[in-house]
Design a protein around this ligand. Structure first.
Ligand SMILES: O=C([O-])C(=O)C[C@H](O)[C@@H](O)C(=O)[O-]
Ligand SMILES: [Mg+2]
Length: 429
């Protein structure tokens, strides 16, 4: 049957999703985080889904882009990326946001972070129209499950008193015993066998003790520590020395490629990054200087699933490992991550995912982790369906918000509990 794959309509739905009080070096997660759900509808009624960041600066780019798509084909993904998208430079300059955890802010990265959701939606629509999974459109899967690591966070039991929030049942984790208890819950609930601890929250000695406690509780399991660049070169080398025998890799111990290269030269512990290599332009220096041994790709800001494969191919050429970074995200993104990860031959490390922290989703059926893995769907497109009632409910929450939750700002969320808190000057230790 011939299909009309012309785009007839694009729907953008900003939402606020519940988030747990997870601590990182900048502060704490807000009770609600903005995400944007993109739907691309073809002339004969096929709808493809995509998901990305939902802060205002992303919406400001997504809206005019959505208006330009009707009349184009969902097959024309290359054309999508050649569309001119004007970025307001003020949105990037000096912006204080969770982007501080994801490396440089640039107009191109902002543009790619928006385009990626449209790319995923177009690939989803293509797959649905052709009766093929997205992985088939990317050349086919080379594995039938994708492994994820448990993403451990220091956290409070709940958001600050008096702040509207959804409760969570994970409890507090503020010391080594709490971190190990959280890891046990991750293992029991989802079967994860590798663990990443988000660090940069407490002085390094405390985080070293937490990783040691994990190593004792889970002997032989791959462990990672990620302080988001909160340490000096000296501190990074000290931590690498102390934990070298148990770490699979150390993630962004310090900020910037030159400092990462210095750390790398002084330790055998592999260094991973989602901060100093976050764009194609940053690859040359980092790889030439041997600053990183693993790049954590993120299809949102690298510009989609095809660019993720492109990045993986470059990493392969240079003998650099590749895995995946994650922020707060829902099931559409997890499905997209799983589809593309299934096609990358040189993906040898379990990927990160925040998904277990998300109690809410816009899917009719949540994706499941079994033995820490997500099965690769062979259903058409991404293989997920939208729960429109839930989408509407989460959109209402966004519409009714007075604006405070619409921009993710972990430092501002921290100030609710600690009024003196400011985005820390790096390196903190
Ligand atoms: O470096 C990383 O892995 C991240 O930036 C992941 C997330 O942003 C995480 O740190 C967070 O959301 O607090
Ligand atoms: Mg990281």
């Amino acid at each position: 049957m011939t299909r009309d794959l012309t785009i007839a309509e694009v729907r953008l739905t900003p939402i606020l999703v519940a988030d747990a009080p997870l601590l990182n070096t900048q502060g704490v997660h807000q009770p609600y985080t903005p995400r944007l759900i993109v739907e691309v509808v073809t002339a004969d009624g096929i709808t493809g889904f995509g998901e990305t960041y939902g802060d205002t600066k992303y919406l400001e780019l997504a809206r005019p882009l959505a208006e330009r798509l009707p009349g184009r084909s969902v097959m024309d993904v290359n054309g999508l990326f050649s569309l001119d998208l004007a970025v307001d430079e003020d949105r990037i300059r000096g912006a204080v946001d969770a982007g501080g955890l994801r490396g440089v802010q640039s107009a191109d990265k902002l543009r790619l972070s928006v385009l990626s959701a449209f790319e995923v939606a177009c690939l989803d629509a293509q797959g649905r129209a052709l009766g093929l999974p997205v992985h088939a459109l990317l050349g086919g899967r080379v594995r039938d499950v994708v492994e994820y690591s448990a993403y451990l966070f220091y956290k409070w039991a709940g958001h600050p008193e008096g702040v509207p929030a959804e409760p969570d049942d994970w409890g507090a984790a503020l010391d080594p015993a709490g971190v190990v208890a959280q890891a046990r819950q991750f293992k029991e609930r989802y079967g994860f066998t590798s663990f990443k601890l988000k660090g940069g929250v407490f002085p390094p000695e405390e985080e070293i003790a937490a990783v040691r406690a994990l190593a004792e509780a889970f002997p032989g399991h791959p462990l990672r520590l990620d302080p988001n660049g909160a340490w000096s070169v000296e501190t990074s080398l000290k931590v690498a020395k102390e934990l070298g025998d148990v770490l699979e890799y150390l993630e962004d111990p310090t900020l910037g490629t030159p400092a990462m290269a210095e750390v790398s030269a002084g330790t055998d512990v592999p260094l991973a990054t989602n901060m100093c290599v976050t764009t194609f332009g940053e690859i040359k220096e980092a790889f030439t200087e041997d600053a990183v041994q693993v790049v954590l790709s993120d299809h949102h800001y690298w510009g989609g699933l095809r660019n993720t494969r492109h990045l993986a191919a470059i990493c392969d050429v240079f003998g650099v490992g590749v895995s995946m970074h994650s922020n707060t995200h829902l099931g559409i993104s997890l499905a997209a991550m799983t589809q593309v990860a299934s096609t990358v031959p040189n993906l040898h490390h379990a990927c990160d995912s925040h998904y277990p922290w998300q109690s809410e989703d816009v899917l009719t059926e949540r994706l499941a982790f079994t033995d820490g893995r997500v099965a690769v769907s062979d259903a058409p497109g991404l293989g997920v369906e939208l729960d429109r009632d839930e989408l509407a409910r989460l959109h209402r929450r966004w519409a009714e918000d007075d604006g405070t939750m619409r921009e993710r700002d972990d430092a501002a969320a921290m100030r609710v509990a600690e009024p003196e808190w400011r985005t820390p000057v790096m390196p903190r230790w």
